[in-house]
Design a protein around this ligand. Sequence first.
Ligand SMILES: [Zn+2]
Ligand SMILES: [Zn+2]
Length: 251
Amino acid sequence: MLDSWVLTLKNVLLPMFCKQCGERILTEENTCFCPACWEQSPRITRPFCTICGRPHTGAVGFGSASNFPCAFCRAAHDRPFRRIYGAALYLDAVQMAIKLFKFNARPRLAQPLGAMMADFAKAEMPLDDYDLLVPVPLHRVRRRERGFNQSELLARELLPVFHNTRLDLSLYRIRPTRVQSLAATPAERKANIVGAFAVQGDGLRGKTVLLIDDVVTTGVTTGECARALARAGAANVDVFAAALVAAGDAL
Ligand SMILES: [Zn+2]
Ligand SMILES: [Zn+2]
């Protein structure tokens, strides 16, 4: 009761508007987007690739069909993780939310993004399989500038969803890297990130790890993290991102 009065008062004194369409927002679940824009932002649904997680666009309309690997993943064999899961495409309100989340310091966006990932996980992922949730780390300098690591906040939101799992922060970034989207060519992206990650201690040995990321673009950063986890003895590494860039945009 008091909560609804506080919310009413806040709506009058500090009106919030949807970043996508400009509508007034009257709930507190998502302080940046109206429910319509949030729900219309495309989620990843079946059928999607069992390796890279991207939807099979040619198969739209077969909502309950089984998943299968895409042609690209069937051809490529060398990958340091088992598979990638993504909850949404990196488009529309979800894309804007992720940008606001990390570049405009809106840590509260971890809640709606985490809830979106939790919905996907409950529908599509083996919730009992993971020993550890490991967030993709920021370099300590960037972490200090931003005040938080967005992937760690998402992992914390997801902890109650995965059973028998705990958060592990032993993966770290050895050296600062440029923001990947600014690196011009695929070769430069790779040179920027190779060997940038390491693991502290021996806690990952034999573990099945779920690596948590905000957005997977080309998979180069994710792949380097997974390699560092494998070097530290992790038995299996899967990746779970809030959003995936569609394959055509990433290559
Ligand atoms: Zn809106
Ligand atoms: Zn694929």
